[in-house]
Design a protein around this ligand. Structure first.
Ligand code: ATP
Ligand code: MG
Length: 448
């Protein structure tokens, strides 16, 4: 038995935390495709990235999201810092943090800001397909912009992303939540209506009847659907200015040929929204069909201690989008490296590892064969690894090659495997390989 395999006895394995996923190498190409496509889209709209910490003071979320919401009532990972007694929470979403950071660093001093973020969020939910305890969101926040044009711009960004990713069948649902006074008038009538149907309310709804009745409309309970359909509609309580904003949004969407449906029951889970709210929904993901949601949140910045500043934004569930890409067979091929370096014999190790560095200097992606047992291994087993690496070429350096100063270069993906090996001087390896890679790329373009 080799040294590397010796140990002091095997300990028991530990599992990851429930609902928190490992993202494995086999998914790298998919995540990178998504991330690069998102970045390109965000650049096209002049957005700047912001990264805020995972941990914030609990108060930021209870104040920013609202006490009577699913998130704050039951989904937050909160704890007391045992070192100083601070109440902390792992961010369940990022809008409150972005606003906190914008205020803390006076980002709005120089005028409106268009910001985006990407990262993990944490919610203590029941894990199921498309619903995890650690999941990722990409999101945008347009801070300091008041008009329907800003609302429509952030919606257009989503549509452009679907197009760039190749996704189809994601529908836009739209609603207006008006302003606080308008919601208050509606709320009175809504509570009266719900009281009249008290026997149909489930536990969550009964609890929310007086604290957040609008959320009752958002119920996913099938037994309540018909009752909720007949409830007073907020849209009928909107005043002139709110209606004008809502019509402005619709006009600009139509001007851009973006189809939408108005969903009067769309109220969004968070408390800070006003006027425009929207969701992007698909039928392909079962119950977890909302891939992105957002809207206007003019009151939030004041609520978090800033001057009144109109704003809007959205957040997108990355895992759900990736699932859609899988559903639609849009997973990109993982790219192999360019070159795999195979070496044989003690004297070949140093020249081979140096040759690998020189090729990387020239911009090539190179995997150098390292053995699992500290010995170089048979030529055959190394070539097997070279093939499995996905590399286009193997560079082979044995004692002969060291003696002649010429490495063997083997094209691993050549159509004709009889005549696919040449000798190349060590110092010309990079140049030769770059030419060969360009030539094979040209060939495949000609074939296509
Ligand atoms: P849902 O109604 O599905 O619980 P939500 O209203 O709580 O969603 P938001 O807070 O608006 O969701 O978050 C925006 C997006 O983030 C959602 O549309 C969804 O795509 C994604 N998302 C939310 N919670 C989760 C989760 N637990 N796991 C995976 N993705 C999630
Ligand atoms: Mg939720």
């Amino acid at each position: 038995m080799s040294e590397a395999k010796k140990g002091n006895g095997r300990a028991s394995k530990l599992a990851g935390v429930k609902g928190m996923n490992d993202i494995l190498p086999q998914d790298e190409a998919l995540w990178e495709f998504f991330e690069e496509t998102v970045r390109a889209m965000l650049r096209a709209y002049g957005y700047q990235q912001i990264r805020t910490p995972i941990l914030e003071q609990t108060q930021l979320f209870s104040r920013g999201i609202g006490e009577v919401t699913d998130i704050v009532e039951k989904e937050m990972y909160s704890f007391t810092d045992s070192l100083n007694g601070e109440q902390l929470t792992m961010r369940p979403e990022n809008t409150a943090s972005v606003v906190r950071a914008a205020l803390e660093h006076n980002l709005l001093y120089t005028g409106p800001k268009r910001l985006w973020y990407f990262g993990p969020m944490f919610r203590h939910e029941r894990p199921q397909r498309g619903r995890y305890r650690q999941f990722h969101q990409v999101g945008v926040e347009a801070l300091g912009l008041a008009g329907p044009d800003a609302d429509v711009e952030i919606i257009l960004m989503c549509q452009r992303l679907w197009d760039d990713l190749g996704l189809t069948g994601i529908r836009l649902e739209l609603n207006s939540l008006g302003q606080a006074e308008e919601r208050a008038a509606h709320r009175k009538d809504l509570i009266a209506y719900l009281e009249g149907h008290a026997e149909l309310l489930d536990e969550d709804s009964r609890r929310r009847l007086y604290t957040n009745p609008l959320r009752v409309l958002d119920t996913k309970n099938p037994a309540m659907q018909a009752m909720v359909e007949g409830a007073p509609k907020l849209i009928n309580y909107l005043g002139e200015a709110s209606l004008k904003h809502f019509e402005g949004v619709q006009t600009l969407l139509k001007a851009n040929n973006i189809p939408f449906t108005i969903n009067p029951r769309l109220v969004r889970g968070l408390d800070y929204y006003n006027l425009t709210v929207f969701e992007w929904v698909t039928d392909k993901l079962g119950a977890q069909g909302t891939v992105a949601g957002g809207g206007r949140y003019d009151p939030l910045i004041e609520q978090l201690g800033g001057d009144f500043t109109p704003a809007c934004g959205w957040a997108m569930g990355v895992e759900r989008i990736l699932e859609l890409l899988r559903e639609d067979d849009l997973v990109p091929q993982a790219e192999g490296c360019d070159v795999y370096v195979v070496h044989q014999g003690e004297t070949a190790v140093a020249p081979a590892i140096v040759a690998a560095e020189r090729m990387r200097d020239a911009g090539l992606n190179v995997v150098f064969h390292c053995s699992p047992d500290g010995k170089s291994g048979s030529f055959k087993s190394q070539m097997k690894r070279a093939d499995a690496s996905g590399a286009a070429f193997a560079v082979i350096i044995g004692e002969n090659e060291v003696a002649t100063g010429q490495a063997a270069v083997k094209h691993l993906r050549a159509a004709n495997q009889d005549n696919n090996q040449t000798s190349v001087a060590f110092e010309l390896l990079a140049e030769h390989l770059i030419d060969a890679i360009v030539a094979t790329a040209d060939d495949s373009i000609n074939e296509a």
